[in-house]
Write a protein that binds this ligand. Structure first.
Ligand SMILES: C[S@@+](CC[C@H](N)C(=O)[O-])C[C@H]1O[C@@H](n2cnc3c(N)ncnc32)[C@H](O)[C@@H]1O
Length: 205
């Protein structure tokens, strides 16, 4: 029903229906909120859903308490949360998103999809909960700024998963001027040249 290679290989029929409901809901809200670029509505499955879902490849049993930073339309966190059961993975999901309008949309979305996600309408710097196993993020900040924000906000984590475009290596080189980073890069299943960054440890120089 979904027709993208990676997604079709992992999702059940029931999850597939839920993803279609999610996309319809998002596109309806996109008329008034700038959730995704209008030009990507027709390719939402590959551009946004599959792109987000691929982070599940790097989730294991220890990643039981995940924070999605700057989730916007719900990417990547909500997509990962919807699909996790098909892969026998379980985790609690928190989202921090500073836009009140997007948080209202996210609350409505979670109600609509009947999923239990903690949504924090804050600037990430003011997030009260500080302890997570795993951070995920997409199209939020360049790596060096992202690591600075984590440092300033005192958020604790064991692993970071990031979706990055073709200039990922420039971002890594910039960040390495200020941080000692243990990072694996993996090919994106959706965009040739894009990467998934798996950061296993980071220390300020
Ligand atoms: C470019 S959008 C990306 C949204 C989504 N992750 C995606 O991939 O489509 C960046 C999002 O981060 C949110 N954001 C920006 N700065 C933030 C901050 N300091 N704390 C929390 N959210 C923030 C914005 O409101 C926006 O929804």
């Amino acid at each position: 029903m979904i027709k993208t290679a990676y997604l079709d290989s992992i999702v059940s029929r029931e999850t597939s229906k839920k993803i279609v409901k999610y996309c319809d809901f998002l596109i309806k809200y996109n008329k008034n909120l700038n959730l995704i670029s209008k030009s990507t509505e027709s390719i939402i499955m590959s551009r946004h859903i599959e792109d987000s879902a691929q982070l599940l490849k790097y989730i294991n049993i220890e990643d039981n308490n995940i924070l999605d930073i700057g989730s916007g339309a719900g990417f990547p966190g909500i997509v990962m949360y919807i699909i996790k059961n098909d892969l026998n993975i379980n985790f609690k999901l928190d989202i921090v998103e500073k836009s009140s309008k997007k948080c209202t949309y996210l609350q409505e979305l979670c109600k609509f999809l009947e999923i239990d996600v903690a949504i924090h309408n804050h600037d990430v710097n003011n997030l009260k909960k500080k302890d997570y196993t795993t951070l995920v993020s997409r199209a939020f900040k360049p790596l060096d700024s992202f690591l600075n924000i984590l440092d300033m906000s005192n958020i604790k984590f064991n692993k970071i998963l990031l979706l990055k475009g073709q200039s990922y290596n420039i971002e890594i080189d910039e960040a390495k001027k200020n941080w000692e980073i243990n990072c694996d890069t993996h090919e994106s299943v959706t965009n040739p040249g894009s990467k998934v960054l798996v950061i296993n440890s980071v220390k300020k120089i």
